[in-house]
Design a binder for this molecule. Structure first.
Ligand SMILES: *[C@@H]1O[C@H](CO)[C@@H](O)[C@H](O)[C@H]1NC(C)=O
Ligand SMILES: *[C@@H]1O[C@H](CO)[C@@H](O)[C@H](O)[C@H]1NC(C)=O
Ligand SMILES: *[C@@H]1O[C@H](CO)[C@@H](O)[C@H](O)[C@H]1NC(C)=O
Length: 346
Protein backbone atom coordinates (compact mmCIF):
# COMPACT_ATOMS: atom_id res chain seq x y z
CA UNK A 1 0.00 0.00 0.00
CA UNK A 2 2.78 2.39 0.94
CA UNK A 3 4.51 1.67 -2.35
CA UNK A 4 1.28 2.28 -4.28
CA UNK A 5 0.72 5.60 -2.50
CA UNK A 6 4.26 6.63 -3.31
CA UNK A 7 3.85 5.77 -6.99
CA UNK A 8 0.53 7.64 -7.10
CA UNK A 9 2.04 10.72 -5.46
CA UNK A 10 5.02 10.73 -7.81
CA UNK A 11 2.77 10.42 -10.85
CA UNK A 12 0.55 13.23 -9.58
CA UNK A 13 3.50 15.53 -8.98
CA UNK A 14 4.96 14.81 -12.41
CA UNK A 15 1.61 15.43 -14.06
CA UNK A 16 0.98 18.69 -12.26
CA UNK A 17 4.48 20.04 -12.86
CA UNK A 18 4.36 19.12 -16.53
CA UNK A 19 0.92 20.47 -17.20
CA UNK A 20 1.75 24.18 -17.64
CA UNK A 21 4.79 23.19 -19.67
CA UNK A 22 2.64 21.20 -22.09
CA UNK A 23 0.03 23.89 -22.63
CA UNK A 24 2.78 26.42 -23.24
CA UNK A 25 4.59 24.19 -25.69
CA UNK A 26 1.62 23.00 -27.74
CA UNK A 27 0.59 26.25 -29.40
CA UNK A 28 4.25 27.10 -29.69
CA UNK A 29 5.09 24.15 -31.94
CA UNK A 30 2.24 25.22 -34.18
CA UNK A 31 4.06 28.41 -34.95
CA UNK A 32 7.59 27.16 -34.65
CA UNK A 33 8.39 27.53 -38.32
CA UNK A 34 6.95 31.03 -38.45
CA UNK A 35 9.03 31.94 -35.41
CA UNK A 36 12.15 30.56 -36.95
CA UNK A 37 11.59 32.65 -40.00
CA UNK A 38 10.91 35.77 -38.01
CA UNK A 39 14.14 35.18 -36.14
CA UNK A 40 16.30 34.11 -39.04
CA UNK A 41 19.03 36.55 -39.89
CA UNK A 42 17.63 37.41 -43.28
CA UNK A 43 14.01 37.23 -44.08
CA UNK A 44 13.61 36.68 -47.77
CA UNK A 45 10.49 38.26 -49.08
CA UNK A 46 9.11 37.51 -52.45
CA UNK A 47 6.61 39.97 -53.73
CA UNK A 48 4.95 38.17 -56.55
CA UNK A 49 2.80 40.07 -58.95
CA UNK A 50 1.66 38.98 -62.36
CA UNK A 51 4.67 40.41 -64.16
CA UNK A 52 7.38 40.62 -61.54
CA UNK A 53 9.12 38.23 -59.22
CA UNK A 54 11.54 39.91 -56.89
CA UNK A 55 13.43 38.62 -53.90
CA UNK A 56 14.00 41.27 -51.28
CA UNK A 57 16.27 41.01 -48.27
CA UNK A 58 14.73 42.44 -45.19
CA UNK A 59 16.22 43.49 -41.91
CA UNK A 60 17.66 40.97 -39.53
CA UNK A 61 15.82 40.94 -36.28
CA UNK A 62 17.78 42.67 -33.58
CA UNK A 63 15.75 41.62 -30.58
CA UNK A 64 15.31 38.18 -29.07
CA UNK A 65 11.74 37.37 -28.15
CA UNK A 66 10.60 34.63 -25.87
CA UNK A 67 8.43 32.07 -27.68
CA UNK A 68 5.47 32.53 -25.35
CA UNK A 69 5.42 36.27 -26.03
CA UNK A 70 5.43 35.78 -29.78
CA UNK A 71 2.84 33.02 -29.59
CA UNK A 72 0.57 35.35 -27.68
CA UNK A 73 1.01 37.98 -30.34
CA UNK A 74 0.22 35.51 -33.10
CA UNK A 75 -2.76 33.95 -31.38
CA UNK A 76 -4.24 37.19 -30.11
CA UNK A 77 -3.93 39.90 -32.68
CA UNK A 78 -1.16 42.39 -32.10
CA UNK A 79 -1.89 45.96 -31.30
CA UNK A 80 -1.10 48.28 -34.17
CA UNK A 81 -2.91 51.44 -33.17
CA UNK A 82 -0.17 54.02 -32.60
CA UNK A 83 -1.73 55.40 -29.41
CA UNK A 84 -0.18 52.34 -27.75
CA UNK A 85 3.33 53.61 -28.43
CA UNK A 86 5.30 56.78 -27.86
CA UNK A 87 8.34 58.43 -29.41
CA UNK A 88 11.73 58.06 -27.75
CA UNK A 89 13.47 60.06 -30.47
CA UNK A 90 11.43 62.76 -32.16
CA UNK A 91 11.94 65.69 -34.51
CA UNK A 92 8.82 67.76 -33.89
CA UNK A 93 10.35 70.93 -35.40
CA UNK A 94 11.48 69.36 -38.67
CA UNK A 95 8.13 69.92 -40.30
CA UNK A 96 8.32 73.49 -41.59
CA UNK A 97 5.26 75.43 -42.66
CA UNK A 98 6.06 75.25 -46.38
CA UNK A 99 6.94 71.55 -46.43
CA UNK A 100 5.47 69.86 -49.48
CA UNK A 101 6.61 66.23 -49.36
CA UNK A 102 7.84 63.99 -46.52
CA UNK A 103 9.65 60.76 -47.32
CA UNK A 104 9.19 58.36 -44.39
CA UNK A 105 11.60 55.43 -44.30
CA UNK A 106 10.97 52.47 -41.96
CA UNK A 107 14.35 50.92 -41.19
CA UNK A 108 15.86 48.52 -38.64
CA UNK A 109 17.95 50.28 -35.95
CA UNK A 110 21.24 48.64 -36.96
CA UNK A 111 20.91 49.43 -40.69
CA UNK A 112 23.20 52.47 -40.59
CA UNK A 113 24.61 51.70 -44.02
CA UNK A 114 21.19 51.86 -45.66
CA UNK A 115 20.46 55.17 -43.89
CA UNK A 116 23.81 56.64 -44.94
CA UNK A 117 23.29 55.63 -48.56
CA UNK A 118 19.92 57.41 -48.54
CA UNK A 119 21.43 60.45 -46.76
CA UNK A 120 24.01 60.81 -49.51
CA UNK A 121 21.49 60.33 -52.34
CA UNK A 122 17.79 61.14 -52.47
CA UNK A 123 17.58 61.82 -48.72
CA UNK A 124 19.91 64.80 -49.16
CA UNK A 125 17.52 66.70 -51.41
CA UNK A 126 15.71 69.49 -49.58
CA UNK A 127 14.09 71.18 -52.55
CA UNK A 128 12.80 69.71 -55.80
CA UNK A 129 11.20 71.87 -58.48
CA UNK A 130 10.99 74.63 -55.87
CA UNK A 131 9.09 72.46 -53.36
CA UNK A 132 10.45 71.61 -49.90
CA UNK A 133 11.16 67.92 -49.28
CA UNK A 134 12.16 66.14 -46.06
CA UNK A 135 13.42 62.59 -45.41
CA UNK A 136 13.07 60.96 -41.99
CA UNK A 137 13.79 57.44 -40.72
CA UNK A 138 11.63 55.50 -38.29
CA UNK A 139 13.02 52.74 -36.09
CA UNK A 140 11.64 50.70 -33.18
CA UNK A 141 13.53 49.54 -30.09
CA UNK A 142 17.17 48.54 -30.50
CA UNK A 143 17.15 45.81 -27.85
CA UNK A 144 20.47 46.87 -26.29
CA UNK A 145 21.91 49.78 -24.31
CA UNK A 146 24.98 50.10 -26.52
CA UNK A 147 22.97 50.02 -29.76
CA UNK A 148 20.64 52.62 -28.23
CA UNK A 149 23.58 54.91 -27.41
CA UNK A 150 24.90 54.63 -30.95
CA UNK A 151 21.49 55.41 -32.33
CA UNK A 152 21.16 58.47 -30.08
CA UNK A 153 24.59 59.67 -31.19
CA UNK A 154 23.54 59.23 -34.83
CA UNK A 155 20.37 61.16 -34.05
CA UNK A 156 22.32 64.07 -32.50
CA UNK A 157 24.52 64.28 -35.59
CA UNK A 158 21.89 63.83 -38.28
CA UNK A 159 18.63 64.98 -36.72
CA UNK A 160 16.64 62.70 -38.99
CA UNK A 161 15.74 59.76 -36.74
CA UNK A 162 12.40 58.97 -35.17
CA UNK A 163 12.21 56.11 -32.70
CA UNK A 164 9.12 54.57 -31.17
CA UNK A 165 8.96 52.10 -28.28
CA UNK A 166 7.72 48.96 -30.04
CA UNK A 167 9.90 45.89 -30.60
CA UNK A 168 11.52 46.31 -34.02
CA UNK A 169 10.92 43.12 -36.00
CA UNK A 170 9.67 41.90 -39.34
CA UNK A 171 6.44 40.75 -37.73
CA UNK A 172 5.87 44.28 -36.37
CA UNK A 173 6.06 46.18 -39.67
CA UNK A 174 2.36 46.99 -39.45
CA UNK A 175 3.02 48.80 -36.17
CA UNK A 176 5.92 50.66 -37.82
CA UNK A 177 3.71 51.87 -40.65
CA UNK A 178 0.95 52.99 -38.30
CA UNK A 179 3.49 54.90 -36.19
CA UNK A 180 4.67 56.61 -39.40
CA UNK A 181 1.06 57.60 -40.13
CA UNK A 182 0.73 58.86 -36.56
CA UNK A 183 3.86 61.01 -36.85
CA UNK A 184 2.60 62.52 -40.10
CA UNK A 185 -0.83 63.19 -38.63
CA UNK A 186 0.35 64.71 -35.34
CA UNK A 187 3.71 66.35 -36.16
CA UNK A 188 3.36 67.20 -39.83
CA UNK A 189 -0.26 67.79 -40.89
CA UNK A 190 0.76 70.80 -43.03
CA UNK A 191 2.77 68.70 -45.52
CA UNK A 192 0.82 68.20 -48.74
CA UNK A 193 2.07 64.71 -49.60
CA UNK A 194 3.98 61.86 -47.99
CA UNK A 195 5.60 58.68 -49.16
CA UNK A 196 6.26 55.52 -47.19
CA UNK A 197 9.39 54.16 -48.81
CA UNK A 198 11.55 51.17 -47.83
CA UNK A 199 15.22 51.67 -47.02
CA UNK A 200 16.39 49.69 -50.08
CA UNK A 201 14.69 51.89 -52.66
CA UNK A 202 15.88 54.26 -55.35
CA UNK A 203 13.72 57.37 -55.80
CA UNK A 204 13.78 59.70 -58.78
CA UNK A 205 12.53 62.82 -57.00
CA UNK A 206 12.13 64.85 -60.20
CA UNK A 207 9.67 62.31 -61.57
CA UNK A 208 7.91 61.95 -58.23
CA UNK A 209 7.53 65.74 -57.99
CA UNK A 210 6.24 65.97 -61.57
CA UNK A 211 3.56 63.43 -60.68
CA UNK A 212 2.54 65.31 -57.52
CA UNK A 213 2.51 68.73 -59.23
CA UNK A 214 0.47 67.47 -62.18
CA UNK A 215 -2.97 69.16 -62.33
CA UNK A 216 -4.49 65.67 -62.62
CA UNK A 217 -3.15 64.55 -59.23
CA UNK A 218 -5.77 64.97 -56.48
CA UNK A 219 -4.78 66.80 -53.30
CA UNK A 220 -6.98 64.67 -51.05
CA UNK A 221 -7.87 61.01 -50.59
CA UNK A 222 -5.12 60.19 -53.06
CA UNK A 223 -2.78 57.22 -52.78
CA UNK A 224 -0.77 55.61 -55.52
CA UNK A 225 2.07 53.18 -56.16
CA UNK A 226 2.35 49.62 -57.43
CA UNK A 227 -1.22 48.29 -57.24
CA UNK A 228 -1.90 44.79 -55.93
CA UNK A 229 -5.27 43.37 -56.98
CA UNK A 230 -7.02 40.27 -55.82
CA UNK A 231 -4.12 38.96 -53.75
CA UNK A 232 -4.99 35.78 -51.84
CA UNK A 233 -4.29 35.70 -48.10
CA UNK A 234 -1.53 33.18 -47.38
CA UNK A 235 -2.80 30.44 -45.04
CA UNK A 236 0.35 28.30 -45.19
CA UNK A 237 1.84 28.43 -41.70
CA UNK A 238 5.35 28.00 -43.14
CA UNK A 239 5.12 31.22 -45.11
CA UNK A 240 6.36 34.51 -43.71
CA UNK A 241 3.16 36.09 -44.98
CA UNK A 242 1.00 33.65 -43.06
CA UNK A 243 -2.04 35.37 -41.62
CA UNK A 244 -4.41 33.49 -39.31
CA UNK A 245 -8.06 33.40 -40.31
CA UNK A 246 -8.99 34.92 -36.96
CA UNK A 247 -6.92 38.01 -37.83
CA UNK A 248 -8.17 38.35 -41.38
CA UNK A 249 -11.04 36.02 -42.30
CA UNK A 250 -11.58 36.89 -45.97
CA UNK A 251 -9.73 34.83 -48.57
CA UNK A 252 -8.43 37.85 -50.50
CA UNK A 253 -7.00 41.25 -49.60
CA UNK A 254 -8.64 44.44 -50.79
CA UNK A 255 -6.70 46.31 -53.48
CA UNK A 256 -3.55 47.71 -51.90
CA UNK A 257 -0.21 49.28 -52.81
CA UNK A 258 3.00 47.29 -52.65
CA UNK A 259 4.88 48.25 -49.48
CA UNK A 260 8.16 49.11 -51.21
CA UNK A 261 6.94 52.67 -51.83
CA UNK A 262 3.55 54.33 -51.93
CA UNK A 263 2.73 58.03 -52.19
CA UNK A 264 -0.31 59.69 -50.64
CA UNK A 265 -1.95 63.01 -49.95
CA UNK A 266 -1.18 63.71 -46.31
CA UNK A 267 -4.83 64.09 -45.26
CA UNK A 268 -4.88 60.30 -45.44
CA UNK A 269 -2.38 59.77 -42.61
CA UNK A 270 -4.85 60.89 -39.94
CA UNK A 271 -7.72 59.11 -41.68
CA UNK A 272 -5.77 55.84 -41.81
CA UNK A 273 -4.89 56.12 -38.10
CA UNK A 274 -8.58 56.68 -37.33
CA UNK A 275 -9.69 53.80 -39.54
CA UNK A 276 -7.19 51.47 -37.87
CA UNK A 277 -9.28 51.64 -34.68
CA UNK A 278 -11.98 49.73 -36.59
CA UNK A 279 -9.76 47.36 -38.57
CA UNK A 280 -8.22 44.43 -36.71
CA UNK A 281 -4.45 44.47 -37.12
CA UNK A 282 -2.57 41.81 -39.05
CA UNK A 283 1.10 41.46 -39.85
CA UNK A 284 1.15 42.37 -43.56
CA UNK A 285 1.71 46.12 -43.42
CA UNK A 286 0.82 47.06 -47.00
CA UNK A 287 -2.29 44.89 -47.16
CA UNK A 288 -3.31 46.30 -43.76
CA UNK A 289 -3.14 49.86 -45.12
CA UNK A 290 -5.30 48.54 -47.98
CA UNK A 291 -7.84 47.26 -45.45
CA UNK A 292 -7.88 50.70 -43.73
CA UNK A 293 -8.40 52.41 -47.11
CA UNK A 294 -11.31 50.09 -47.83
CA UNK A 295 -12.80 50.99 -44.46
CA UNK A 296 -12.45 54.68 -45.45
CA UNK A 297 -13.95 54.10 -48.89
CA UNK A 298 -10.78 55.41 -50.54
CA UNK A 299 -9.74 53.54 -53.69
CA UNK A 300 -6.00 53.37 -54.45
CA UNK A 301 -5.20 55.12 -57.74
CA UNK A 302 -3.24 53.61 -60.57
CA UNK A 303 -0.30 55.93 -61.36
CA UNK A 304 -0.45 57.74 -64.75
CA UNK A 305 2.44 55.50 -65.79
CA UNK A 306 2.32 52.26 -63.73
CA UNK A 307 5.77 51.22 -64.95
CA UNK A 308 7.24 54.07 -62.86
CA UNK A 309 6.68 52.04 -59.67
CA UNK A 310 8.83 49.05 -60.51
CA UNK A 311 9.67 46.34 -58.03
CA UNK A 312 12.62 45.32 -60.09
CA UNK A 313 14.61 46.70 -63.02
CA UNK A 314 16.92 44.00 -64.41
CA UNK A 315 20.32 44.90 -65.81
CA UNK A 316 21.32 48.51 -65.03
CA UNK A 317 20.30 50.89 -67.74
CA UNK A 318 20.54 54.63 -67.08
CA UNK A 319 17.48 55.36 -69.22
CA UNK A 320 15.29 53.20 -66.96
CA UNK A 321 16.40 55.11 -63.86
CA UNK A 322 15.70 58.43 -65.56
CA UNK A 323 12.15 57.22 -66.23
CA UNK A 324 11.05 55.49 -63.00
CA UNK A 325 9.78 57.03 -59.77
CA UNK A 326 10.93 54.22 -57.49
CA UNK A 327 12.53 50.77 -57.73
CA UNK A 328 14.28 48.27 -55.46
CA UNK A 329 18.07 48.32 -55.02
CA UNK A 330 20.21 45.29 -54.24
CA UNK A 331 22.49 47.07 -51.75
CA UNK A 332 23.21 50.50 -50.25
CA UNK A 333 26.34 50.68 -52.43
CA UNK A 334 24.29 50.06 -55.57
CA UNK A 335 22.05 53.00 -54.65
CA UNK A 336 25.11 55.25 -54.29
CA UNK A 337 26.64 54.05 -57.58
CA UNK A 338 23.45 54.35 -59.58
CA UNK A 339 22.65 57.74 -58.08
CA UNK A 340 26.05 59.08 -59.16
CA UNK A 341 25.60 57.73 -62.65
CA UNK A 342 22.06 59.05 -63.04
CA UNK A 343 23.09 62.52 -61.76
CA UNK A 344 26.21 62.85 -63.93
CA UNK A 345 26.00 65.52 -66.61
CA UNK A 346 25.97 64.09 -70.13
C1 LIG B 1 10.64 33.74 -57.94
O1 LIG B 1 12.05 33.77 -57.81
C2 LIG B 1 12.56 32.88 -56.84
C3 LIG B 1 14.05 33.12 -56.73
O2 LIG B 1 14.63 33.40 -57.95
C4 LIG B 1 12.22 31.46 -57.25
O3 LIG B 1 12.69 30.56 -56.28
C5 LIG B 1 10.70 31.34 -57.38
O4 LIG B 1 10.37 30.07 -57.85
C6 LIG B 1 10.16 32.35 -58.33
N1 LIG B 1 8.71 32.30 -58.32
C7 LIG B 1 7.97 32.46 -59.40
C8 LIG B 1 6.51 32.38 -59.21
O5 LIG B 1 8.45 32.68 -60.49
C1 LIG C 1 24.35 66.89 -49.35
O1 LIG C 1 24.53 67.81 -50.39
C2 LIG C 1 25.38 68.88 -50.09
C3 LIG C 1 25.40 69.81 -51.31
O2 LIG C 1 24.10 70.23 -51.61
C4 LIG C 1 26.76 68.37 -49.79
O3 LIG C 1 27.62 69.45 -49.42
C5 LIG C 1 26.69 67.37 -48.64
O4 LIG C 1 27.95 66.78 -48.44
C6 LIG C 1 25.70 66.28 -48.96
N1 LIG C 1 25.51 65.43 -47.81
C7 LIG C 1 25.77 64.11 -47.87
C8 LIG C 1 25.53 63.36 -46.62
O5 LIG C 1 26.16 63.57 -48.87
C1 LIG D 1 5.78 43.54 -31.55
O1 LIG D 1 5.82 44.67 -30.73
C2 LIG D 1 5.18 44.52 -29.49
C3 LIG D 1 5.21 45.87 -28.79
O2 LIG D 1 6.52 46.30 -28.57
C4 LIG D 1 5.92 43.44 -28.68
O3 LIG D 1 5.25 43.23 -27.46
C5 LIG D 1 5.94 42.15 -29.49
O4 LIG D 1 6.73 41.20 -28.84
C6 LIG D 1 6.50 42.40 -30.88
N1 LIG D 1 6.33 41.17 -31.64
C7 LIG D 1 7.31 40.64 -32.36
C8 LIG D 1 7.03 39.33 -33.02
O5 LIG D 1 8.39 41.19 -32.52
Amino acid sequence: FLLLTLVFLLTAITYVSEFPLKTAVLPDTLYKKVLNQIRSYYVVTEYLSASENQTIFLAPNSVQQSPTQTTDILVHHHVAHPSNYHFILDEPDKCKQDLFLVLMVPVAPHEVEARNAIRSTWGNESSVQGKAVLTLFLVGLTGGAEAQQQLEEESRQRRDLLQSNFVDSYFNLTIKTMVIMDWLATRCPQAAYAMKVDSDMYINLENLMSLLLSPNTPGQNYITGHLMWDRPVIRDKNSKWYVAEELYPEPKYPTYLLGMGYVFSNDLSEKIVDASKEVKAFNIEDAYVGACLKQLGVAPSSPPDPSQFRAYLGQYNREDFLRVITTIMRSPQQLIDIWKDVKRPI
